[in-house]
Design a protein around this ligand. Structure first.
Ligand SMILES: NC(=O)c1ccc[n+]([C@@H]2O[C@H](COP(=O)([O-])OP(=O)(O)OC[C@H]3O[C@@H](n4cnc5c(N)ncnc54)[C@H](OP(=O)(O)O)[C@@H]3O)[C@@H](O)[C@H]2O)c1
Length: 453
């Protein structure tokens, strides 16, 4: 079969890893937009290493309707030629094949080589930074956008921070924004093994990330008004939100830090391939309202016991993940070592449907930026915002990934020509937030208060 029709790729989107636990939910989300009026998604193909498993995913995703007639392509990350074929046939690959540290690079390489765009749902900082170091320049040359973390990792954090920072009307400025993630369900919702495995491998390769960072030039840091916030204790009681909280070592704050570095280098955002004057103005206006802040993420819970559970799981993965026998144990007994949070068979559909998340962004800063200039002044203003939505891994993640793809399909001309970039740098100034809002992920301002001295 020809890869192109009239010089254009055969497909708008290929979902790679469509047979995976998350992949099948991504297929279900994408089908909602295939051939629907005003949707730019006109042609979709699914890909995986096992076509009959991919066909089963399609059947599951289309249920109760019969599976639509969608091409199923075979590709394996250990077969670069199969990936090149995939990349030559499509405008965008949505990569759901993880852990990305094991399987992601050949897919990025094929997309960059062919100039197609690549989005994934990775939450692994080392992979993202390695791809940036190795492929950014070539991706710019080839006109390929490579954007990792287009899922729950890390779009709610990226857009949520920007949303909070935009509520600070001059002369007010934020100094820090702490995000508190709270997962809610009346059922005991578990995560699938794929995410757990990625986290275990992430710990194992922490030293490689440090090494990679040391080998690269330091990127500029944003100028944030006022002193950095105090470190605080291991466990925090957030009285206002009525939550106990502990630091969450997720990818979010690392992705946000990369965005803030890019923004420091490009304060007006990144120019689009072929922007109209109006689009330039819109982009520049948008970025002029985004203010940098120190950012961190904590996992919150109403129960102190759950916080101790999180710490215990973190300790198991942190200690055992560092050596090979420990990793084997962690991966052999996921349910035991995650204290029931992850299972090999993943959550049931009912469990997924029952779950929701709330991510609160507590911004602290100054009612007047001049106050920040005096290093002794403490923040005197607080802005609390919230992002909330359905279950994080298998509902929110597919919604975000598919909306990012739809934006690429119909707004490509106003987006950067290419490069390995963060979601916020590519989609921040687009209508992504409105789209998420229309698809069940909401952004709200909760309160704006002065703080007592
Ligand atoms: N950003 C987020 O918030 C978020 C949310 C959910 C998941 N994730 C990430 O998504 C990734 C997948 O998670 P999951 O739970 O869906 O895992 P999974 O169920 O194990 O799915 C993995 C997929 O990769 C495919 N695969 C594995 N090796 C391959 C190879 N060599 N060539 C081609 N395909 C290959 C598998 O194909 P077979 O079916 O043939 O085995 C399957 O389709 C993980 O890295 C996870 O961390 C991120």
């Amino acid at each position: 079969m020809e890869d192109q029709v009239n010089g254009k790729p055969l497909y708008d989107v290929v979902i790679f890893g469509a047979s995976g636990f998350t992949g099948k939910y991504v297929v279900r989300e994408a089908l909602k937009f295939l051939h629907t009026p005003s949707s730019p998604l006109k042609s979709l193909a699914l890909a995986g290493r096992n076509p009959s498993k991919v066909a089963q995913s399609l059947e599951w995703a289309a249920h109760p309707n019969p599976p639509p007639d969608i091409p199923i392509l075979t590709a394996d990350t250990s077969d670069p030629a199969s990936l090149r074929r995939l990349a030559a046939q499509t405008k965008i690959i949505l990569d759901c094949v993880g852990p990305f540290r094991l399987y992601g690079e050949p897919v990025v390489a094929a997309c960059v080589e062919s100039g197609c765009d690549y989005l994934d749902i990775c939450g692994e900082p080392e992979f993202m930074e390695r791809m940036e170091a190795g492929y950014h320049e070539k991706a710019v040359d080839k006109g390929s956008l490579v954007v990792s973390a287009c899922g729950f990792d890390s779009v709610p954090a990226e857009l949520g921070l920007m949303f909070n920072s935009r509520q600070w009307d001059p002369p007010a400025v934020p100094n820090s924004v702490e995000a508190y993630l709270s997962l809610e369900s009346d059922k005991n919702v578990v995560g699938n093994i794929g995410t757990y495995e990625s986290a275990v491998l992430g710990v194992a390769n922490m030293s490689q990330l440090q090494e990679l960072r040391r080998s690269r030039p330091r990127r500029p840091r944003p100028v944030i008004p006022g002193p950095p916030p105090p470190k605080g204790s291991l466990i925090e009681h957030q009285k206002k939100l009525n939550l106990w909280a502990v630091k969450l070592p997720s990818a979010d704050s690392i992705v946000v830090r990369r965005t803030l570095a890019s923004l420091t280098e490009n304060p007006r955002g990144l120019p689009g391939v072929n922007e109209s004057a109006e689009q330039v103005e819109k982009r520049e206006n948008f970025w002029s309202t985004v203010k940098p802040a120190h950012f961190g993420v904590k996992m919150g819970s109403k129960s102190l016991l759950s916080i101790f559970r999180i710490i215990a799981v973190g300790m198991f993965i942190g200690l055992l993940g560092n050596f090979s026998f420990g990793r084997k144990l962690l991966l052999k007994f996921p349910s035991f070592f995650s204290l029931g949070w992850f299972k090999k068979e993943g959550p049931t559909e009912e469990e997924v449907a029952s779950a929701t998340f709330k991510m609160w962004f507590v911004g602290r800063g100054f009612s007047d930026s001049r106050l920040a200039a005096d290093g002794n002044n403490k923040p005197d203003m607080e802005v609390v915002t919230r992002v909330m939505g359905p279950e994080i891994g298998y509902l929110t993640t597919p919604i975000i990934l598919v909306q990012c793809a739809l934006i690429l399909l119909n707004q490509r001309e106003s987006l950067p020509i290419g490069g390995v970039l963060t979601p916020a740098m590519v989609f921040g100034a687009t209508d992504l937030q409105d789209r998420l809002q229309n698809n069940g992920i909401s952004f709200s301002v909760i309160s704006k208060n002065s703080l007592q001295a």
